[in-house]
Design a protein around this ligand. Structure first.
Ligand code: NAD
Ligand code: TDX
Length: 329
C-alpha cells in the first residue's frame, strides 16, 4: 500500500510515519513536506520504505503527481501554532485552506482515499465549570486565525464528500504531547526551559484547560478510522486527559525536582480559549483504546526524550525564545 503523508516531517506526522513503518510491513510511505521552520528531516532519520519529497501542498503540479501514485493520503501538513497565527495569519490561509483545497482536487481527479487531520479547536472553547464536552455535532466556533483556517479546511473536506463523492474521513483531536514536538509548543518549551535552568512561562493565570493525549494514541486512532471509519464521518480523538496549564507546569517542575512555584506568569494570549474537552464515544465504538492513559508517565518519557535528544531541538531554541520575547511571553 502506497501512503502519501503530508506534513510527515512535523511532530504528529513524523510519529505517524514511524509507527506506520514499524507496524505495517506492507506500507510504503511518501512524505510531502515543505520543510518550514516546523519540519525536520531528522525526525524521519533511519527509516526504511520512506521517501521524503520537499514540496508545497498548495502546488497543484507537485500534489497531482504524488496523489495519482498513492492508495491513501493522510493529510497532516498545516501551519499549526496559534501564537504564530496571531503575529502573521497569512501562511495559515495558504497552507491550511489553499493547500487542503489543492489536495482535495487531486484526490477527486484520481479517486484516492483521503484522511484529514484536524483539531478540536474548530469548536471554540467551553466554560471552565461546564460539564459539557465537544461532540461531532458541536457547532463550529473557532477563535484564532489558526483554528478558523482549520475549521475552513474541515468544511472543504465535507463539501467535497457531499458534492463530488470523494472518499474521505475527518478526525478532530485534542492537544498532543510526546517526542519530536516543536519547542514553540507549551510542554516542550517548558521542558527545554528547565533543561536550560530557565523558568517556565505560564500565560495569564494558567487556568486554561487542555485535554492532553499522547501522540502515539492519536496515531493509532487515525489508523483505526482509516481502517474502520465510515466514509464522510467525523471522529473526535481524545483520551480523557483534561488538565489546566498550571497543573501541567507543576507536574513538570515536580519531575525536574524544582519547587512548584518556580515559574513566571507572562502576558496572556489574546482570545485565549478557556477549555477543550473531547467526548470520544464514536471512536471507542470503532474499538480504539488509548495505550498511554497515564499523563504523568507519558510526561516522564517525554522529558527523558528531550534530555536524550538535545541535538534535535537545540538549534531552534534561541530563535523560538527571541520570538516569544517580542510579545512579552
Ligand atoms: P507541526 O507544525 O509540528 O508540523 C507541520 C508540518 O507541516 C511541518 O513538517 C511543516 O514543514 C509541514 N508544512 C507546513 N506547511 C506546509 C506546506 N504548505 N506544504 C507541505 N508541508 C507543509 O504540526 P503538528 O503539531 O504535527 O500538527 C499536524 C496536524 O495535526 C495539523 O494539521 C494540526 O492542525 C493537527 N493537530 C495538531 C494537534 C497538536 O496538538 N499538535 C492537535 C490536533 C490536531
Ligand atoms: O509558554 C507557554 N505557556 C503557556 O501557558 C506556551 C507556549 C503556551 N501556554 C499555554 C497556551 C495554551 O493554553 O499552554 C496551552 C497550550 O499551548 P500550545 O502548546 O500553544 O497549544 P494550543 O494553543 O492549545 O494548540 C495545540 O493544540 C491544538 C496545537 O498547537 C494545535 O496545533 C492543536 O490544534
Amino acid at each position: 500500500m502506497k501512503v502519501l503523508v503530508t506534513g510527515g516531517a512535523g511532530f504528529i506526522g513524523a510519529n505517524f510515519v514511524r509507527a506506520t513503518i514499524e507496524e505495517r510491513p506492507d506500507a510504503e510511505v511518501v512524505v510531502l513536506d515543505k520543510l518550514t521552520y516546523a519540519g525536520n528531516p531528522a525526525s524521519l532519520k533511519g527509516l526504511d520504505r520512506v521517501k521524503l519529497i520537499e514540496g508545497d501542498i498548495a502546488n497543484p503540479e507537485t500534489v497531482d503527481a504524488l496523489v495519482k501514485d498513492s492508495d491513501l493520503v493522510v493529510h497532516f501538513a498545516a501551519e499549526s501554532h496559534n501564537d504564530n497565527s496571531l503575529i502573521d495569519p497569512s501562511p495559515f490561509i495558504t497552507t491550511n485552506l489553499v493547500g487542503t483545497f489543492t489536495l482535495l482536487e487531486a484526490v477527486r481527479r484520481h479517486g484516492v482515499r483521503f484522511h484529514h487531520i484536524s483539531t478540536d479547536e474548530v469548536y471554540g472553547d467551553l466554560e471552565l465549570d461546564d460539564p459539557a464536552k465537544f461532540t461531532p455535532t458541536t457547532p463550529y466556533h473557532p477563535s484564532s486565525p489558526y483554528s478558523a483556517s482549520k475549521a475552513g479546511s474541515d468544511h472543504l473536506v465535507r463539501a467535497w464528500v457531499r458534492s463530488f463523492g470523494i472518499e474521505a474521513t475527518i478526525s478532530n483531536c485534542s492537544n498532543n504531547y510526546g517526542p519530536y514536538q516543536h519547542i514553540e509548543k507549551f510542554i516542550p518549551r517548558t521542558v527545554t526551559n528547565l533543561i536550560d535552568g530557565v523558568k517556565p512561562r505560564l500565560y495569564g493565570a494558567g487556568l486554561n484547560v487542555r485535554d492532553w493525549i499522547h501522540v502515539a494514541d492519536h496515531n493509532t486512532a487515525v489508523w483505526t478510522i482509516i481502517d474502520r471509519g465510515e466514509i464522510g464521518n467525523t471522529y473526535l480523538i481524545g483520551a480523557d486527559g483534561e488538565k489546566n496549564n498550571l497543573e501541567v507546569v507543576q507536574l513538570i517542575l515536580e519531575q525536574f525536582g524544582y519547587d512548584k512555584d518556580d515559574f513566571d506568569h507572562v502576558t496572556d494570549r489574546p482570545g485565549h480559549d478557556l477549555r477543550y474537552a473531547i467526548d470520544n464515544t464514536s471512536l471507542l465504538e470503532l474499538g480504539w483504546q488509548p495505550q498511554f492513559p497515564n499523563f504523568a508517565d507519558g510526561l516522564a518519557d517525554t522529558i527523558a526524550w528531550y534530555r536524550d535528544n538535545e541535538a534535535w531541538w537545540r538549534p531552534q531554541k534561541e530563535a523560538v525564545e527571541a520570538k516569544y520575547a517580542q510579545t512579552g511571553q
